[in-house]
Design a protein around this ligand. Sequence first.
Ligand SMILES: Nc1ncnc2c1ncn2[C@@H]1O[C@H](COP(=O)(O)OP(=O)(O)OP(=O)(O)O)[C@@H](O)[C@H]1O
Ligand SMILES: Nc1ccn([C@@H]2O[C@H](COP(=O)(O)O)[C@@H](O)[C@H]2O)c(=O)n1
Length: 688
Amino acid sequence: MFDIPFLGLPPLHSAHGTVSLPGSKSISNRVLLLAALCEGAYTTVHDVLESDDTDAMLGALRQLGCSIEAVDESGRSLRIGGLSRQHLPTTASLHLGNAGTAMRPLTAALALLTAPGCEYELTGVARMQERPIGDLVDALRQLGCRIDYVRNEGYPPLRLHAADAQALAQNTHIRVRGNVSSQFLTALLLALPLAAAERDYVIEVEGELISRPYIHITLSLLERFGIHVRNDGWQRFTIPAGSRYQSPGEIHVEADASSASYFIALGGIASDPTQGQRITIEGVGADSIQGDIRFMEAAAQMGVHIEAGANWISATRGAWPLKAIELDCNHIPDAAMTLAVMALYAEGTTRLSNIGSWRVKETDRIDAMQTELRKLGATVASGPDWIAVTPPARLPQWQTASIATYDDHRMAMCFSLAAFNPARVPLRIEEPRCVGKTFPDYFETLFAVARAHPADIPVICIDGPSASGKGTLAARVAERLGFATLDSGALYRIAGWAAQHHGLDISTANATALAQLARTLPVAFVQDRVFYDGEDITLAIRSSEGSRNASLISAIGPVREALLSFQRDSARLPGLVADGRDMGTVVFPQAVLKVFLTASAEKRAERRYKQLISQGLAANITTLREELETRDARDASRSVAPLRPADDALMLDNSDMDIDTATLQVLSWWAQKHPGFQRDNASDSAST
Ligand SMILES: Nc1ncnc2c1ncn2[C@@H]1O[C@H](COP(=O)(O)OP(=O)(O)OP(=O)(O)O)[C@@H](O)[C@H]1O
Ligand SMILES: Nc1ccn([C@@H]2O[C@H](COP(=O)(O)O)[C@@H](O)[C@H]2O)c(=O)n1
């Protein structure tokens, strides 16, 4: 997951490949609760989504005394022991983050489970405290449940006490508004089997029921857990007397259909079938019980070519540009956000209606969508429950934008699709960590299938003499930007070690053999360790001898040639920070930012000395300084790719600069190379 202030997205041009998606949030949290409600039974739940929202549910269940064990190392299969009513804690304060799929059903279930003398408080983040829950509380109070608002009437936090048993036995018919959030009805449906041992309970829906597909998921899962709800025309639901939760033993969570929407759209926008490209999605397909699977129909209407089997979907470009549509999105409220961004690639105005529920989600999604689409240059109009999007009319109207995400995972995910814009303007997604709510590895998954022109992949080069701090600085800068790193010196060190290991003299006489060796190094980088043919050579290549051999072998032209493509192939999305001697002059001459990092020989020897001592290696500061200077002189005087600043490099002497200051300087230069973003990363970097 990219846990950084913003993620830069360079222009992307195409996409191809297979993605396997995380489990559905809606199904995961329902199934976890259902398993917990199977008193005295164990349920193994496979393919559970690992995310902020499921963490919120699991954390609450644990606090309530539920046993939860990982079945294997993947952590995606959990064995859940049903809660025992007798052994619930007397008090608990449950923090449910911003997880509506945890807050609503837990409120209903605990309102019925709380025993006399017990008390539970349910709360969440600030936004959760702005998300209405009054309709659910009103419905539960009709049953005799006792729920207090801790702060504001109608909103969490809530305090739950034991229900009035007499009222609960009498009030078997309740009403709930259907046009606010289907999660209220879901919560009641999941909770009422706890009360329905001896009598029927009936829920009457007032007004039109929105988001029916989510109720369909609830009813399907209740069936799997032995509860057969009678559904009379989506207006009246009866939980029959004698209902009792029964564990299915094992259950699999489908991949998330809403998450699939981004990749279906991706196929339609960026996978050209004439080039053999397609996006294949595994883990969810035509047999899905999730309502958002019907996003396929909407995407097809816009022109995406889709094929699907029971458990897979593939998408490619069909019509291009896409076709603008007018659609009532009541059946796909979450996935409809993806349509709003697809509208950027359509001819004409796309109008999405019946999306009033967007206003009470993680953020007011209609306002958020309008604000951010306008930043890109789109024309957007909206009303209480609709939005209309017209793409920029001409290429110059597209604008570079820093997209705010409002702590809303779907904003971050759907706006990433704007990186395929025809004007090739780069974007920024602010606070990309918000995808952790449902799809922590969303951007990694996107980058695995998206392609950029090599020249568009941003590269920062940091060259300079030995021990000037290049590697340390490169790692810090890369961490802040979410970029990969390339330690090119390590390659020469490994090649030098390999030559010695194979008894090859490091001289130009052996150039061909040494180059062949360099081209086929059996090397593996595992976290911070370097393995050569399975042997850990991490420390060996950092020795004085290792440094000398690296410097000697790096002066041999064919060896440098042999290592060139490996280095260039390291440039990958979303970007690379490369350090060495010739990153800016030879390997990445087109790099956007080149830094030549220096420090006095005295400081460098001192730093290297401290570094070696801290690694438990013997060192002598005078010898170290001599070795550094000899190596630098050799590196600077060789005929191929000598150590020198690129003509367009920015000089940074960090002799008297700490690492944080040097990092801020580079980030600030990087920001200056990217004018046009509304939020500059020099100010972001203050928290380095
Ligand atoms: N600005 C700084 N102030 C103090 N110490 C630093 C600074 N920058 C780096 N160091 C320390 O100096 C040592 C050498 O840094 P580093 O290994 O990053 O240098 P390098 O240029 O990559 O070296 P080499 O050329 O051998 O690969 C490390 O222990 C690092 O923590
Ligand atoms: N781009 C590069 C990087 C390194 N070298 C040579 O390798 C030696 C070891 O590099 P370190 O960065 O790990 O110290 C270095 O002295 C250079 O001779 C190179 O030539 N080009």
